[in-house]
Design a protein around this ligand. Structure first.
Ligand SMILES: Cc1ncc(COP(=O)(O)O)c(C=O)c1O
Length: 367
């Protein structure tokens, strides 16, 4: 037994040095490290909803008294509710602990070690994360300079080993959408295609109604963004019935908490309120975009989601992120070959936009 290798030698060799996911920062962890009290931190680094959830959710959760009972593993009521919201039959729907869990389950269902998964980079990092956990190989198809997906390049990347094509629309972190005709052209390949619509309520574009027509189409959605329920972890997917059945069998039995069920029920009774907030966020996105553009040294990219990706034209994005954090404003930064020197700012309330712009101006003035 190698003395210096301890328990590690039992770990899968491909996972010993697994890179993990750089998650967003929890404000609590910044206590005493930033120039503002924790309550004053403006969190624009995870595309959360600045208005929070529906007040109905808060009230119903406080009143609910069956937290000691396991939830229905078959998600009967929840799937019916989601049928009402999506217009797609309950038998096509599977709910999950955040849509992250769907990425995990779907890749586990399809990907064996050595299989290839096509993604259009830059894109949501969790596609690669879960694929690598399955021992899959990520085949990255680069987007063009405006982050538009090149469908010919996607088709050219298909090999005998391709198991699934992962598309996000709107994409995170780029904010771009994939036109419907392009999605249809990829569906024609016959390969399993995931269309991650985590930001659908902001873009208004969906292919969900096509799931009954294409037996290779899977659509992912979430309550994290539009409904302000990121902390409760509720997502769902719309699948061909055979795939929904498989997923229902491989998912953890009680993956949706009672609190989540209550929250979905109340959110769906308050869709008008929540959609009103979505409208406000969209209007604020356009105001933030215009103000960022005016700065001259930040290049914002048009977005159909609730965040804006920006190229930093002067100085280092990593330093800018740190300086903003010191002032109590959290944003994401990226510096990868296909996403150089960039930050992503989630859209907040109007006062958050004002604070970001003020901070950016101060940072620039100090050089
Ligand atoms: C494209 C995309 N898909 C899925 C998710 C996961 O969302 P959740 O697990 O909170 O439902 C996110 C979150 O940022 C995302 O940007």
């Amino acid at each position: 037994m190698a003395k210096d290798k301890g328990i590690e030698k039992f770990v899968r060799p491909d996972l010993v040095n697994f890179g993990g996911y750089a998650a967003s920062t929890s404000p609590d962890t910044l206590e005493g490290k930033v120039d503002v009290p924790v309550e004053g931190i403006i969190k624009l680094d995870a595309n959360e909803n600045p208005y929070g959830c529906s007040p109905r959710v808060q009230r119903a959760l406080a009143k609910y008294s069956y937290y000691h009972i396991y939830p229905d593993s078959g998600q009967t009521e929840l799937r019916k509710l989601l049928q009402g919201y999506t217009g797609v039959g309950a038998e096509h729907i599977v709910a999950s602990g955040g849509s992250d869990q769907l990425i995990d389950l779907v890749l586990r269902l399809f990907v064996e070690p050595g299989d290839e998964v096509i993604t259009c980079v830059p894109t949501f990092a969790m596609f690669r994360f879960y694929n690598e956990l399955c021992g899959g190989v990520s085949v990255d198809v680069p987007r063009d300079e405006n982050f538009i997906v090149n469908m010919d390049a996607v088709r050219a990347a298909i090999t005998k080993k391709t198991k699934i094509i992962m598309l996000a629309t709107p994409d995170n972190p780029t904010g771009t959408i994939i036109p419907r005709r392009d999605i249809l052209s990829i569906l024609e390949t016959g390969l399993p295609v995931v269309v991650d619509e985590a930001y659908y309520e902001f873009s208004g574009e969906t292919v969900a109604p096509l799931v009954g027509k294409y037996e290779n189409l899977m659509v992912f959605r979430t309550f994290s963004k539009w409904a302000g329920l990121a902390g409760l972890r509720i997502g769902y997917g719309i699948f061909p019935i055979k795939i929904a059945d498989c997923l229902m069998r491989i998912k953890p039995p009680y993956n949706i908490t009672m609190a989540s069920l209550v929250a979905v029920k109340e959110s769906l009774k308050d869709v008008d309120y929540l959609k009103g907030k979505v409208k406000e966020i969209i209007a604020e996105r356009e105001r933030l975009f215009a103000k960022l553009k005016k700065l001259g040294w930040i290049k914002p990219y048009p977005s159909q989601a609730n965040f804006i990706l920006c190229a930093v034209l002067k100085g280092q994005a990593s330093e800018l992120q740190q300086k903003l954090q010191k002032k109590g404003i959290l944003v994401r930064y990226f510096d990868k070959p296909l996403l150089k020197n960039s930050i992503r700012i989630s859209v907040g309330k109007p006062e958050h936009t004002d604070a970001v712009i003020k901070a950016l101006k101060e940072i620039e003035a100090r050089g």
